[in-house]
Design a protein around this ligand. Structure first.
Ligand SMILES: *Cc1c(COP(=O)(O)O)cnc(C)c1O
Length: 365
């Protein structure tokens, strides 16, 4: 039996994708072996990788002025690669710090000797807010502005795309493909694949071609976007199974109506859960309304209940798991509960969660 998996990542994948992969697992395209066993330089695998790239370009509306790269090291690898490809030591960059992931990106840039200007810092709200449009300005001489449109741990999401006159670098790991976006607003988009695009093990990087060609000399080849672009992301052995599953996941998105339809479904799922939380006098969401994430929804119980029953959150998580609703514990750094509602989570799963939350609240109020 499949459970409803609310994990923040690695996350739920579409059943159709898993079943397709299963059906092809031992004999891919008549090779008599799996896609994991064929050469990455063979014409069928190269076509498979190119097909995934073309599907991503079609779905997101990525023009020829952008390169699309499939790289290893996840999104975190790109926290190092971004400054290596776009700056010289001593340069200034600007960063909007809204949670764990943008904070980590700041640390990796600082470690390279950059002057990291935190031009908006939401630490004082304990990562429950995002800066208002127009409330921040890029620091003088910045090479780029880095931000995370959706912070996965706090469950906060920007309600706007920053308007800046430097290249905009977005860590879209937990929001990519959740709805249509205007790619032309961005200089660089990076995303780990394990939330909305397939299994763990890869980062997708979309970079405007005029930003290529500037990597520092000491940049490791596998982090050098220009070298990787020239090699079709195959300077070394790529994560072939992850690329194959990315392609299947993109095909599934196309077949289910593309990003417009995905956006409508994701909004309906988020509305269903937030409406239930708002209607309840038991559950609360700690995030300011305009910054609520569609993808990651933290929810908390009343302090009085936690005092009376110190293990009540553990019981919620365990009882939910018994009911087939798994991975609802909040991140270890924040506690409480969190439900991630990525693309592959059906609305039936969200309805089942809401029903379970209502019943649990009635028992513990
Ligand atoms: C998950 C996540 C990351 C880290 O991804 P890795 O692939 O594990 O490095 C970075 N940023 C955001 C916004 C994430 O959600």
């Amino acid at each position: 039996m499949r459970v409803y998996n609310f994990s923040a990542g690695p996350a739920v994948m579409p059943l159709e994708v898993l079943e397709r992969a299963q059906s092809e697992l031992t004999d891919w395209q008549g090779h008599g072996m799996s896609v994991m066993e064929v050469s990455h330089r063979g014409k069928d695998f190269v076509a498979c990788a190119q097909d995934a790239e073309q599907r991503l370009r079609r779905l997101m509306g990525i023009g020829d002025e952008y390169a699309v790269l499939f790289l290893q090291g996840g999104a975190s690898g790109q926290f190092a690669a971004i400054p290596m490809n776009l700056t010289r030591p001593g340069d200034t960059i600007s960063l909007l710090r809204t949670g764990t992931w943008s904070a980590k990106a700041a640390e990796d840039a600082e470690a390279q000797g950059l002057d990291v200007a935190i031009v908006a810092d939401e630490a004082t709200s304990h990562w429950t807010t995002t800066p208002e449009p127009g409330s921040y300005a890029v620091a003088e001489g910045s090479a780029y502005l880095h931000y995370a449109p959706n912070e996965t741990i706090g469950g906060v999401e920007f309600d706007h795309v920053p308007e800046v006159d430097v290249p905009l670098v977005a860590d879209m790991s937990s929001t990519i493909l959740s709805r249509p976006i205007d790619v032309s607003r961005f200089g660089v988009i990076v995303a780990g694949t394990q939330k909305n695009m397939g299994p763990a093990g890869m980062a997708v990087v979309v970079v405007r071609r005029d930003l290529l060609g500037h990597a520092r000399r000491e940049t490791p080849s596998i982090l050098d976007w220009t070298k990787m672009e020239a090699a079709g992301s195959m300077l070394n052995t790529p994560p072939t199974f992850a690329i194959y599953l990315l392609g299947l996941t993109l095909e599934w998105i196309e077949q289910t109506g593309g990003l417009e339809a995905m956006g409508r479904r994701n909004q309906a799922k988020a509305d269903l859960l937030y409406d239930a939380i708002d209607a309840s006098d038991f559950w609360t969401n700690p995030v300011e309304r305009r910054s609520r994430s569609w993808m990651n929804v933290p929810f908390l119980m009343p302090a009085s209940v936690l005092e009376r029953e110190p293990d009540v959150e553990k019981r919620f998580v365990a009882e939910a798991a018994d009911a087939g609703l798994v991975n609802l514990a909040g991140h270890r750094s924040v506690g409480g509960m969190r439900a991630s509602l990525y693309n592959a989570m059906p609305i039936e799963g969200v309805q089942a969660l809401v029903d379970f939350m209502d019943a649990f609240a009635a028992r513990h109020a």
